[in-house]
Design a protein around this ligand. Sequence first.
Ligand code: HEM
Length: 431
Amino acid sequence: MHASLSFDQAPPISVPYRFFIAAPWFGVMAGLLLALSGDAALASRWTPEALALTHLVGVGFMLQAMCGALFQFIPVAVGGNVWSPKLVANTVQPMLLLATLLLVAGLLFSRPVLLSFAVPLFLLSLGGFVVVVALALWQTPATGMTLWSMRMAIGALAVTVLLGSLLAEALAHGLALPIIDLTNVHLAWGLGAWALMLLAGVSYHVVPMFQLTRPYPLWFTHWFGPVLLLLVIAWSSRLLLDEAWWTLAIALPLLTILSVYAGMTLWLQYTRRRKVHDATSIYFRVAMLAMLAFAVSGAVFLSYPEFGNDPRATVWLGVLAFAGVFVSAITGMMYKIAPFLNWLHLQRLGAPMNAVPNMKKMIPAEAMTGQLRLHVLAVLLLLAAVWQPGLARLAGIAFAASCAWLGWNLIGAARRYRSFRDQIREVVLRC
Ligand code: HEM
């Protein structure tokens, strides 16, 4: 099952875990913020609450989880050697946590000084992370499109953070910059070239392995990442050429390749020989359905400006992208990675193989399925709340509860690791 993985260079278990355990609590904060703010929060993408929610999920939840996954994935799946992972994680994570809270508070309370404090922390923490990860990705002898997607994604993270920092400084100091266009370019790098690129690159590797599907076709893995990057670069030219026809000429192919990726993943799941209906597979299916819904809605909004010009249209797209696609796919992935981490580190303790508990014992299946159901309910409520603002508080509570449940499941996995580790050490001592 894990034939193409190399475990020798895996970082200490605390490295990925510390990011995974922190991530869901930003989702809890996002849900609580929505529950407290109520209907006003989702009135448009520019409300202070919407901007704060965007970064609680985009930086707090997604980026934390993705950094943790990269620390694990680079050595194990593409044979890269991340320099001093424990030192880097111990330095980067606290700075990133503080920077995220400052950014969110600055956006929420419209306090420029907080934005100014957040910027150097982001530049230092993510700058350091990008350098270390990029070195590992460029020095590995491995080949393949997963590796290339990760290289493109890490470059895009650097661009996202630089643009975000520029925006924050522009807001803090009242710089005369085209804020709306710059924000649209920043979000394309953040959601497209960083988050989606990484998700796609990792899924070429883990969907066939964990969900027992056929591999993605080579033609698809070869063109998806480069075309996505080219389209995001073309989208960035809107800073110079802000014409409606140009926006359409880039947005339509972008929505088309999203649909192809989502349709391809669903097709691979549908045609696999062994049907596994675990939380990871279902989470991935939810994410891909949300991506298709995003593409169809985007096309409708572009074709019928009477819908597209409604300020709630972009909020609808934001809910589909953040909660529907990324939170779902990342959660599904964490439910596979955390039990695997436990198993990997336990079997290295030197006990006989039959003393190492099965991966299924790391997080109870019912806990994952229950949390998945609550997450799907929360996403549906969030989508409904965009058009029925009276539902916003309920949607916020449901989202907070589902993220808290996820956080609890991951803490449980870490605690089970500790207790199994202690049991195995006793067995080893007695042998
Ligand atoms: C790395 C992941 C990130 C993602 C996915 C992301 C995503 C986004 C999105 C989607 C928006 C548009 C929000 C809306 O339309 O409601 C936005 C705006 C913004 N982002 Fe980020 N962002 C990220 C990182 C950052 C960082 C690190 C900073 C600061 C250093 C930052 C600062 C900003 C600012 C200042 C705005 C514009 C606020 C305004 O125009 O009022 N972002 N971001």
